[in-house]
Design a protein around this ligand. Structure first.
Ligand SMILES: Cc1cc2nc3c(=O)[nH]c(=O)nc-3n(C[C@H](O)[C@H](O)[C@H](O)COP(=O)(O)OP(=O)(O)OC[C@H]3O[C@@H](n4cnc5c(N)ncnc54)[C@H](O)[C@@H]3O)c2cc1C
Length: 311
């Protein structure tokens, strides 16, 4: 069953998709945004987005994303919580399938972003949502006065450790490497926060607990020593996997599973663009994802006008 014909269909609900929707609708294009499971994407649960222009003190994701969506709706973009399940070529047009039906368009922007990688350790699946989490701002208030662990050493891990430290008694950062890869501003803040303890060279091997997480089993890299650490929460930030499996090989991906694009966000398929962290070479910041969304929508508008598909 077809759920309508559009100039542009955008798959994704993060800042890249919302900005593409806004820009396309402002250009007068009939635009549909399929947001998938999480409107606002990775940003929706972030307590304080740093480095986004216009907000010198940061801005909560749950404040920023609805504003961009409202702006896009005001410009005429249509929103739908459906998840894209496939992309098909159909006589010079594209069809994006969802469980509720298909949507047709001459151009498509893929902005499905990333999902958080898991540790792949025993107990992790069973205890997800029962102490194991990827969202500090969602779960920190439930863990007041308790000890929690954060796994990872990049920006996300340190930023979320700082959010957790505002709520819980003690945060232990468990990082397998011997140094952080995060921005120096976050490293400095972590070093100056007495409630945060750092354990480098530490691997988390198992999550333990029945109804909820009670401890984790760790191993020290250089001497192989095992340890049991009592924790009520474990927050995992060990990288992001691009949400491209739904494309089922219709589009060539790079080695990391992301979509290669040119400077106008054009993919290898005529009429198909990619924007945000799902594309190869994304800067990984929210402002860059928003910029990608705007670039893709402007290039799509030009493509719809004159069929241009080269720089
Ligand atoms: C913990 C953490 C903290 C961060 N802090 C900052 C910060 O302070 N400042 C900063 O600039 N950046 C920060 N970032 C990075 C920032 O979140 C990303 O750059 C930004 O969210 C990328 O936006 P996006 O739209 O490309 O993708 P995402 O935010 O990943 O959004 C993807 C969207 O696609 C949807 N989707 C997925 N699959 C489908 C499908 N099949 N069909 C339809 N929709 C689908 C999802 O529902 C989601 O809405 C942080 C990231 C993390 C993880």
């Amino acid at each position: 069953m077809s759920h309508g014909e559009y100039d542009l269909v955008i798959a994704g609900g993060g800042v890249a998709a919302l900005t593409a929707g806004l820009t396309s609708a402002r250009a007068g294009r009939k635009t549909r945004v399929l947001t998938g499971p999480s409107l606002g994407g990775q940003l929706i649960s972030i307590e304080r987005i740093d480095g986004y222009p216009g907000f010198p003190d940061g801005v909560p994701g749950y404040d920023l994303c609805p504003i961009i969506q409202e702006q896009a709706v005001g410009a005429g973009a249509e929103f739908d919580a459906a998840e894209a399940t496939g992309l098909h070529s159909d006589d010079g047009r594209w069809r994006v399938t969802t469980r509720q039906g298909a949507v047709g368009a001459r151009a498509v922007v893929i902005a499905t972003g990333t999902t958080s990688k898991t540790l792949g350790i025993p107990g992790e699946e069973r205890l997800r949502g029962k102490g194991i989490s990827h969202c500090a701002s969602c779960d920190a208030p439930l863990l007041r006065g308790r000890s929690v662990g954060v796994v990872g050493g990049g920006d996300s891990a340190l930023q979320e450790a700082l959010t957790l430290a505002q709520h819980v008694a003690r945060v232990i950062i468990l990082h397998r490497g011997s140094a952080f890869s995060a921005q120096s501003a976050y490293v400095q803040q972590v070093q100056q926060t007495p409630r945060i303890e750092v354990r480098f060279g530490t691997i988390v091997e198992e999550a333990v607990g029945n109804d909820g997480l009670t401890s984790v089993r760790t191993r020290t890299v250089n001497n192989g020593k095992a340890d049991d650490l009592e924790l009520a929460g474990l927050f995992v930030y060990v990288g992001l996997a691009p949400a491209t499996t739904w494309l089922n090989g219709v589009l060539a991906l790079d080695a990391s599973g992301r979509i290669p694009v040119d400077g106008a966000m054009r993919s290898g398929l005529r009429g198909v663009f990619a924007a945000g962290t799902v594309r190869s070479g994304s800067a990984g910041r929210a402002a860059a994802a928003a910029g990608d969304g705007a670039v893709a929508a402007v290039a799509a508008d030009q493509y719809l006008r004159d069929g241009t598909w080269s720089v």
